[in-house]
Design a protein around this ligand. Structure first.
Ligand code: ATP
Length: 643
């Protein structure tokens, strides 16, 4: 059981009830988590730490637990509020130099050797002779300073940031500098996925109750409670992904009370449900045969989760929980017209699509990507958007996630009205045969869509599953039928200098997928053909400021050796006709083979600025694609009578 793994975390410096949490206690926990590769053990160590925090917290004051949890996932606020870290390398090098008195050149040389600025900061600090022991840092102090750094903007903000970081570093002891610097860089790199933090938090809450009950539960009962607690926490968080709401409720009502007090709430976006790719209509029928399902147009726009609060305010969130209301002021303005009077509050799942009002035709996604991401003025908008709603997740005070899609769709149609060119329901057909699906697919492509989304309509299989890539939603794109396969979203981690006419830009790029279990970027291919001069220039303009002195420690390069490395931030959608095993690249290494998987003949499609580097395609999806391709090759050989 998880319990047997829970160890007493030996917390340096001790820490008594009523005292603030020493930052040293947290960084000691981090270093223990980093030292083991075993997932259960990582969770158990974090559980021990969070248990101590819970036991030292009162029901009414959740600040300490909240700050500790935020530092564990390296965030400073819920995603939709978007106070983010990610300080550039040169600023950090400057602060390390100022606080330790070492020259920039020495720090850069160490960084080249170590590949981890956190480690360099720690070693620089620890080799420094200090006369006075600084006052110990607390979690509260570090958290509020990180928040100040993240929220400062404007022209004098660089100097202010360096000064706060220098002050923090000056007070660091032991491991502290390593983790502060990594936090500032935006990645803790202790191999602790956010899911494990949720589990550890739930386990800690259960163990706190167990201790309160005099530790009288049997081992079996405790094991059941731990499992139930973790499931409960994961499901609550997927509906209300905000620790600002969940943690106060956890302390106040206990692990069993959170379900009742934490429900989907307009204003807090949930992570959208995602679909699995399918290669052929037959595959759809294999999955859905005998069940009721619907095919909807798969619009080529941007996912938009639209929230209306009871006070009348409307917000639009991206698939990444980013507030896009300032990108789509036209949507916010248009929306009231399509809302029936009885509709006071809601959460809609929809696609915002560029729409040509003179021809009444859908336009491709590229039109939307030309928009600025912020401060768009309605009067300046050339290409308007039409919202195509395909799901209703909340209505008038009630979450609908656990209603069938059929029921949700009826409520959607009853509570909203079509306004041509501004708001419509996703076009759908509840077909059942291959022929019906085929003709609807062709129609969708003719109308400017990417293909179809096929969704289960009835039973619990049609409930809305936040953040899951579910088999109950299948995507059928026209490209798949042409044998091209699904596209991948990959992070640009390196660049190669151009040759000849292209010496002032990068001529090719190194791409990587992201493994959220190990928190590392795994290289997958070099891409360099098919870019126009103009595109190369604009990629250069975006990527050049992200250049680093060295490769980041959380990139697994394999044999790839680009001329320059980048901060992993930019995500590109890429198509490939072929995946192959490769001794050079590291994507999905160990899943199919000792070798990694790489893309042959990759083709750039578009920039995905609605996705963060952490949302890039993962190694499991890549190995699934590889297996699918092998399967398809096998069956076509069979058809041709080959061996
Ligand atoms: P991922 O590759 O992570 O699944 P993606 O953003 O690249 O996500 P796809 O997988 O290609 O997109 O397809 C799912 C997306 O299709 C949704 O996120 C949504 O933006 C869009 N979409 C368009 N029409 C629909 C629809 N009727 N139902 C659901 N999603 C739709």
């Amino acid at each position: 059981t998880a319990l047997s793994k829970v160890k007493d975390v030996d917390i340096k410096g001790g820490w008594k009830v009523g005292e603030p949490i020493p930052y040293a206690a947290l960084t000691k926990t981090f270093s223990m988590i980093e030292a083991t590769t075993k997932r259960l053990e990582k969770t158990a160590i974090l559980t021990s730490f969070l248990l101590l925090v819970i036991q030292r917290s009162s029901k009414k004051d959740s600040t300490a637990l909240l700050q500790a949890v935020y530092l564990c996932i390296n965030r400073l606020s819920p995603d939709h509020i978007g106070i983010e870290l990610g300080i550039g390398e040169s600023l950090l090098i400057k602060a390390i130099s100022e606080s330790t008195g070492r020259s920039l050149a020495m720090i850069k040389a160490d960084l080249k050797k170590e590949g981890d600025l956190g480690l360099v900061a720690m070693n620089s600090k620890n080799s420094q002779k200090t006369l006075f022991k600084p006052k110990p840092l607390t979690v509260a102090f570090v958290f509020s300073n990180l928040r100040e750094i993240a929220s400062s903007s404007g022209h004098s903000s660089q100097a202010k940031k360096v000064s706060i970081i220098t002050k923090l570093l000056a007070a660091c002891q032991d491991f502290e500098a390593k983790y502060i610097v990594r936090s500032l860089e935006g990645k803790l790199r202790i191999g602790n996925a956010e899911r494990s933090v949720l589990v550890a938090l739930a386990h800690a809450a259960v163990l706190a109750e167990h201790e309160k009950a005099g530790k009288r539960w049997s081992t079996e009962k405790l094991a059941t409670k731990l499992e139930e607690g973790a499931n409960n926490m994961k499901s609550v968080y997927s509906e209300l992904p905000s620790y600002d709401e969940v943690i106060p409720a956890l302390l106040k009502h206990g692990i069993n009370g959170i379900r009742e007090h934490c429900k989907l709430t307009p204003g807090v976006p949930l992570k959208p449900m995602l679909a699995k790719p399918t290669k052929a209509i037959g595959e759809v029928l294999d999955r859905f045969e005998g069940k009721r399902f619907t095919c909807e147009y798969k619009y080529d726009g941007e996912r938009a989760q639209v929230h209306k609060l009871p006070d009348g305010s409307v917000s639009v969130f991206s698939r990444n929980s980013e507030d896009m209301s300032k990108k789509y002021p036209d949507l916010v303005e248009q929306l009231p017209k399509c809302i029936r009077e009885s509709t006071k509050s809601f959460v809609l799942d929809a696609e915002a699509v560029a729409f040509d009002r003179s021809t009444n035709k859908l336009m491709p996604f590229q039109e939307l990507s030309k928009r600025k991401r912020k401060d768009v003025k309605v009067e300046d908008i050339q290409v308007r958007v039409c919202l195509f709603a395909f799901d209703l997740l909340y209505l008038n005070g009630e979450p609908l996630l656990q209603k069938t899609l059929n029921e949700r769709r009826e409520l959607l149609r009853d509570h909203f009205t079509v306004v041509p060119g501004e708001f419509d329901f996703a076009k759908s057909s509840d077909g059942e045969t291959v022929d019906e699906i085929q003709s609807f697919l062709e129609e969708s492509v003719k109308d400017g869509c990417e293909g179809l989304m096929v969704k289960m309509l009835e039973s619990d299989a049609s409930y809305y599953e936040p953040s899951r890539r579910s088999v109950n939603w299948l995507k059928l794109k026209k490209d798949y039928l042409a044998g091209v396969g699904d596209s991948l979203d990959l992070v640009v981690v390196g660049g190669y200098h151009g040759k000849g006419k292209r010496t002032n830009v990068y001529g090719a790029f190194l791409l990587a997928c992201y493994d959220d279990n190990s928190e590392e970027y795994q290289t997958i291919c070099k891409i360099g053909t098919g870019f126009s001069e103009e595109m190369l220039q604009s990629h250069y303009d975006v990527l050049n400021p992200l250049e680093r002195e060295t490769m980041r420690g959380d990139v697994k390069p394999g044999g790839a050796k680009p001329d320059v490395w980048f901060e992993p931030q930019v995500v590109w959608e890429v198509l490939t006709a072929d995946l192959s095993l490769s001794p050079i690249y590291t994507a999905a290494q160990g899943l199919i083979d000792e070798r990694g998987i790489s893309l042959r003949f990759p083709r750039f499609i578009r920039i995905r600025d609605d996705k963060g580097a952490d949302d890039a395609t993962g190694p499991e999806q890549i190995s699934e694609m590889y297996e699918r391709q092998a399967l398809a090759a096998g069956s076509s050989k069979k058809k041709k009578g080959g061996d």
